[in-house]
Design a protein around this ligand. Structure first.
Ligand SMILES: [Zn+2]
Length: 412
């Protein structure tokens, strides 16, 4: 039994067309008419396979193939089909179309699984529209996504209006919560969105865990003063001190972290923000990601020490305020082991790697046995129209997904 790559590729193209514009951009925002169109296509393909479909209270599109034993918990696959603005054609969609190809391979062989099998197209994974993503998976896991029909999206439209395209309402989304016992496991196929697999020429990644993310707001305070009459010696320049620290971030992270530890300063503002005034304050974001809480804590501590030294040198003060913490999310050992068995049997090269990016699996792993299969992103490019994954790698990823599902289906 094998996944049909020609069908997968043509479906990826059809979904891509739901959101492709003449200017070369490609955007399929959650709840948009392009997104609804893509879901209609997906539903049509599932119907052709004799699968049932429904939308839950959080707008997750769920297509289902019945198994021999309706009393058994369902095997779940899936991912998302919404994109960021001017996004790529593979992020999320590969996992949805790939999961459907697994069901198709079974249907064509006349293979009836023991467990029911469901493919979930999650709602609003990307989250750029309302500034919070993973809506569908959060609701399935019973995590309150903290949304209201009144909140505006980045274009000023109220959520209640926006979600009318799906016919769902904020106050009902938690009705999508699923019982832990109703799910055997969840497996998500996804593009890596980093360069580890591509650089090493490896087709398959088995995700060890999804990195945790700790964020901080740092403010350096010096003294605003006249940019003409204050000598270099007399200055207490907040921006110069901050710049010295920001330069240290890569060095400290590399020294105390591992290959996958990352730290980023992504936003910065100075006051009074004037060409002729020495900056009095400089406030910037700092984000640290790693698979281990201990490593994140160590990087935080070393960066704070470095900040303290630099601020002393420039005679300025600082505050270092945590703003959010997300624990690292390990994937389920037994599901990972099944993926590994499948890859080995298929004879493909693989690597066990962490995911630096968030996925619906980050939420799902909190409740259900969950694991992820990665396929390479060429040059590690994603969230970009130039995102590319080779056909042969997608084919291998789908075959690994299929073999894994067959293996977990034997567990009764
Ligand atoms: Zn994604």
């Amino acid at each position: 039994m094998k996944a049909d790559i020609s069908k997968i590729v043509s479906r990826l193209e059809e979904i891509y067309q739901c959101g492709a514009k003449e200017d070369g951009t490609h955007t399929r925002m959650a709840f948009s008419k392009e997104d609804v169109k893509a879901r209609e296509l997906f539903t049509g393909w599932a119907e052709q396979l004799g699968m049932s479909h429904r939308m839950d209270a959080a707008g997750n599109l769920i297509v289902r193939m019945e198994g021999k034993n309706p009393g058994l918990p369902a095997i779940l696959m899936g991912s998302h089909m919404d994109t960021v603005p001017d996004g790529g054609r593979y992020d999320g969609v590969v996992g949805c179309v790939g999961a459907l190809s697994v069901c198709e391979a079974m249907a064509e062989e006349g293979y009836v699984p023991n467990h029911p099998i469901e493919v979930i197209v999650f709602t609003d994974e990307e989250g750029f529209r309302f500034g919070k993503g993973l809506l569908g998976s959060s609701a399935i896991c019973g995590q309150d996504p903290d949304i209201s029909d009144d909140e505006p999206d980045i274009y000023g439209e109220a959520r209640g209006r926006v979600m009318e395209t799906y016919g769902i309402r904020s106050e009902n989304v938690l009705e999508a919560k699923r019982d832990k016992d109703s799910v055997h496991c969840f497996i998500e196929l996804h593009v890596e969105q980093g360069a580890t697999l591509d650089k090493s020429g490896t087709s398959i990644g088995i995700v060890s865990s999804i990195a945790g993310v700790n964020r901080y707001e740092v403010t350096v305070t010096g003294e605003a003063n006249h940019a003409g009459s204050t000598t270099m010696e007399d200055r207490r320049d907040a921006l110069v001190a901050a710049a010295g620290f920001i330069n240290k971030v890569p060095e400290v992270t590399t020294e105390y972290g591992n290959h996958f530890t990352v730290a980023t300063v992504g936003t910065i503002k100075v006051t009074p923000h004037s060409v002729n005034v020495i900056p009095g304050t400089c406030t910037f974001s700092l984000e640290i990601r790693d698979q281990s809480n201990e490593v994140m804590k160590l990087i935080e501590q070393k960066l704070q020490e470095s900040l303290g030294d630099i601020c002393k040198k420039y005679d300025v003060s600082y505050t270092f305020v945590p703003t959010s913490f997300h624990e690292p999310a390990p994937m389920c050992d037994w599901v990972k082991a099944k993926i590994e068995e499948a890859v080995k049997e298929l004879g493909y090269d693989y690597k066990v790697i962490p995911s630096g990016a968030f996925h619906d699996s980050l939420i799902m792993t909190g409740v259900f046995p969950t694991a992820m299969i990665f396929v390479p992103s060429v040059n590690g490019i994603s969230h970009n129209r130039n995102e590319f994954t080779r056909e042969e790698d997608i084919e291998k990823g789908c075959n690994v997904l299929l073999e894994t599902v067959l293996k977990v289906d034997e567990m009764i």
